[in-house]
Design a binder for this molecule. Structure first.
Ligand code: PGA
Length: 262
């Protein structure tokens, strides 16, 4: 696990965007796993800027989103499809037929989840998967207690997640109670996983995910077993890490051997 601590949210977002850009330039038809939430917004903004100013080309890129609220139509302003369109997709030259987001209105949920998994496989698997982390240590909507081998499925949201997400809705009652999410096992199959966390309110979850035991209580802790994970943090999210200085030292040494950005 590579831990990259940036001095600010802005620096963190730019570093994560650079990593995605390197991937897309190396392989123009990359399969990129996308996440919603406040955390990746800066990364999306920088990727859109790179598209505009530097010609970063998304024409062949395929995307798969982690999750979608169950029961929200794609044009609902709080749906994750709407979020992705507003905050990223409409700002780059991505082909809409290459965009995959779980169907929040699926009649046959199970079949739709199986189909989602199959389309990831048909695309050749995910090259790089972006993730945020919940205060309860979740990735996607894999709440505490989710199997670390879980696949795409309907998930009941934890109370903490419902109240954290209430800020986007008019009232707590409007927050959906269910979501369709890739499982931890699905996420784990991505060849490179990039987790972003910003702010002191994430610092406990970050510490447990990176330095705690691997446990279903903190589903992000499963990433400790993955061969290629890059964690981008700002100082506030990193502040409780026991080995924070060591991670910084490792990164400075990588610069010395020219492996800073890879
Ligand atoms: P946030 O959400 O980026 O809005 O903090 C992250 C998550 O809950 O996975």
């Amino acid at each position: 696990m590579r831990i990259r601590i940036a001095s600010s949210y802005f620096e963190m977002s730019n570093a994560a965007a650079k990593l995605i850009a390197v991937q897309v330039r190396r392989k123009p038809d990359s399969v990129v796993g996308l996440a919603t939430g406040s955390t990746p917004l800066g990364t999306y903004r920088e990727l859109a800027r790179m598209h505009r100013d530097e010609g970063l080309d998304f024409a062949e890129v395929r995307t798969f989103n982690l999750d979608e609220y169950y029961g929200l139509a794609p044009d609902h302003p709080q749906s994750y499809r709407y979020f992705m369109n507003e905050n990223f997709l409409r700002h780059v030259n991505i082909n809409p037929k290459n965009v995959h987001i779980p169907n929040g209105l699926a009649k046959d949920i199970e079949a739709s989840c199986v189909e989602y998994e199959a389309s990831i496989r048909d695309a050749g698997g995910i090259d790089v998967q972006l993730l945020g982390i919940g205060r309860d240590g979740h990735i996607g909507f894999n709440e505490p207690g989710s199997s670390l081998g879980s696949r795409t499925r309907l998930k009941t949201l934890a109370q903490e997640t419902i109240s954290d997400n209430a800020r986007f809705f008019k009232s707590l009652d409007e927050v959906p109670r269910f979501a369709i999410t890739m499982g931890v096992g699905t996420i784990f199959e991505a060849r490179h996983i990039v987790l972003l966390a910003s702010g002191v309110e994430k610092s406990d979850a970050v510490k447990l995910a990176i330095e705690g035991p691997v446990t279903t209580e903190i589903t992000a802790s499963a990433l400790q077993l993955h061969p290629r994970v890059t964690v981008f943090l700002d100082e506030a999210a990193a502040e409780k890490l026991k080995r924070k200085d060591y991670y910084k030292y490792v990164e400075s040494m990588r610069q010395v051997v020219g492996q800073g950005d890879v």
